[in-house]
Design a binder for this molecule. Structure first.
Ligand code: C5P
Length: 218
């Protein structure tokens, strides 16, 4: 029997991570935050002085990294780097390293290894198109750039991190463009994916819609 995968793709700050994690919890499935892997590559590149435009060298480095997700923490070579990889600088770096085909290939086997019984919820940009094209349920989760920027702004404010709404909006738009227009594995909705626009939806409502879609598909 094939292990079911729910693939959730969408742009930055669409809320797909939170929704994917909750869906996984409700179903007792494993969860893959594939964006974290690109963040880790950007972070490690910076640590080892490998520029984010050096695709081949970054890919060689990526293949040797010891990456672990445990109890909500991200471990790189035994060190916790959960907070570090969420910085605005590493967010930008992640979308820069993600344009390289060699980096994407280097991360493929690791992503596949998350597919374990009883099932997996995977979120990212190319879950439905490249990594798990045979996913039983596919969701394209998005919201307008303005709504996403507002949400990110509120999160930062709550953490008492200084933030400027216009800068966040501009940064999100730049990242959207890079993710959608790159040659390899660009962010796109597949024909068989359910479109979920969350501008007017709460997280609980979005979770319920994904669960309904999964139940119908399985
Ligand atoms: O989802 P998150 O914002 O953590 O992803 C960080 C960056 O990693 C994205 O902007 C995107 O460029 C890249 N990414 C990707 N493919 C994925 C997940 C993330 O290219 N499956």
């Amino acid at each position: 029997m094939t292990i079911p995968v729910i693939a959730i793709d969408g742009p930055s700050a669409s809320g797909k991570g939170t929704v994917a994690q909750r869906v996984a919890d409700k179903l007792g499935f494993h969860y893959l935050d594939s964006g974290a892997l690109y963040r880790i590559v950007a972070y490690a590149g910076k640590q080892y002085n490998i520029a984010w435009n050096q695709g081949e060298t970054l890919a060689e480095m990526a293949a040797k990294l010891e990456i672990r997700f445990e109890d909500g923490q991200i471990y790189l070579n035994g060190n916790i780097i959960t907070e570090e990889v969420r910085s605005e600088e590493i967010s930008r770096g992640a979308s820069e390293v993600a344009v390289h085909p060699a980096v994407r290939t280097a991360l493929l086997a690791l992503q596949h290894s998350f597919r374990q019984a009883p099932g997996l919820v995977a979120d990212g940009r190319d879950m439905a198109t490249v990594v798990f094209p045979d996913a039983i349920a596919k969701v394209y989760l998005t919201a307008s750039a303005e709504v996403r920027a507002e949400r990110r702004y509120k999160q930062l404010k709550e953490k008492e991190i200084h933030a400027n709404l216009q800068d966040i909006l501009q940064d999100l738009r730049n990242r959207d463009t890079r993710d959608q227009q790159r040659a390899t594995a660009p962010l796109q909705k597949t024909d068989d994916a359910m479109l979920l626009v969350t501008d007017q939806l709460s997280i609980d409502q979005a979770v319920e819609k994904v669960l309904q879609h999964y139940r119908q598909a399985s």
